[in-house]
Design a protein around this ligand. Structure first.
Ligand SMILES: [Zn+2]
Length: 213
C-alpha cells in the first residue's frame, strides 16, 4: 500500500548513508520513527531487529505473517517478535511491498543459486557477522542471526506457491518508514549481491533517517 510520509528529511535528528555492501548497526529508541531511502532504486536492505534490552527477542517473519495474514510487508504492517510482541509498525511506504520470505544471501546460497565460483563473493550474512563482531556492545552472537526483512526486494509468490526473485519494484528515492514500538537494535546489511535481479546487478547506497520522539 502506497502511503507517503509528512515527515521532513531536514527535521531528522540523525542521518546516515550506508554504502552498498556495508552494514549499519544502531540503537533506535521506542517512539522514534526512521526511514530507509532507496537512493538509486532496486536495492535490497536486509534487516534484522532486536529488543535492545533482551536480544533473544527478535524480529520473527512467521509471527508477523501469521498475525497479519499476508506474506508481504507494507504500510500498516506490524512487525512482530518471536514472543509475538509488536516491535515496529510500518507507517509510510512509497515502494509498496517488501519481502520477508526470501532470506539473506550467504556464501552457501550463492554457491547453490549461481555458481561454485561465487562462493568467495561478499554476502549479507558475512556483513551481519562483521557488524556484530566489530560491535560487541550490542551483545549479539552468531546464533542471533535469524530470519530477516528484505526491504525494497521483490520476491513474488507464484500461483503454484513458489518464490521467484524478480526485478525490483522500487525506484530512486522510494522509501519505507517505521515507528519503533520498543527500544530496538537495528542491524542492516545493505546487500552486496551482484547475481540477483533484485539489486539490478548493481548494489547502491541507502540513507537511514531517524526522527526521535
Ligand atoms: Zn544480500
Amino acid at each position: 500500500m502506497i502511503k507517503e510520509s509528512q515527515r521532513l528529511p531536514e527535521k531528522a535528528n540523525q542521518k546516515y548513508t550506508v554504502d552498498a555492501g556495508d552494514y549499519f548497526i544502531r540503537y533506535v529508541p521506542a517512539g522514534a520513527t526512521f526511514r530507509f531511502v532507496d537512493l538509486e532504486g532496486n536495492q535490497a536492505a536486509d534487516t534484522l531487529f532486536y529488543n535492545a534490552h533482551n536480544p533473544a527477542e527478535r524480529y520473527s517473519a512467521t509471527d508477523t505473517i501469521r498475525e497479519q495474514g499476508n506474506v508481504y510487508l507494507t504500510a500498516g504492517s506490524q512487525l512482530r517478535s518471536n514472543e509475538n510482541n509488536i516491535m515496529l509498525e510500518i507507517v509510510a511506504d512509497t515502494c509498496g511491498r517488501h519481502d520477508t520470505l526470501g532470506g539473506a544471501c550467504a556464501t552457501e546460497s550463492n554457491t547453490v543459486r549461481y555458481d561454485l565460483e561465487k562462493r568467495c563473493m561478499h554476502a549479507c550474512r558475512d556483513s551481519w557477522m562483521l557488524a556484530i563482531s566489530e560491535n560487541p556492545k550490542f551483545g549479539l552472537d552468531k546464533r542471533d542471526i535469524s530470519h530477516n526483512i528484505n526491504f525494497f526486494m521483490n520476491v513474488p509468490v507464484t500461483e503454484a506457491g513458489g518464490l521467484t526473485f524478480e526485478d525490483g519494484i522500487s525506484a530512486p528515492g522510494k522509501y519505507v518508514e517505521m515507528k519503533a514500538e520498543m527500544d530496538l537494535i537495528v542491524l542492516i546489511s545493505n546487500c552486496p549481491q551482484l547475481n540477483n535481479p533484485c539489486n539490478g546487478y548493481n548494489p547502491t547506497p541507502i540513507d537511514v533517517l531517524v526522527w526521535e520522539a
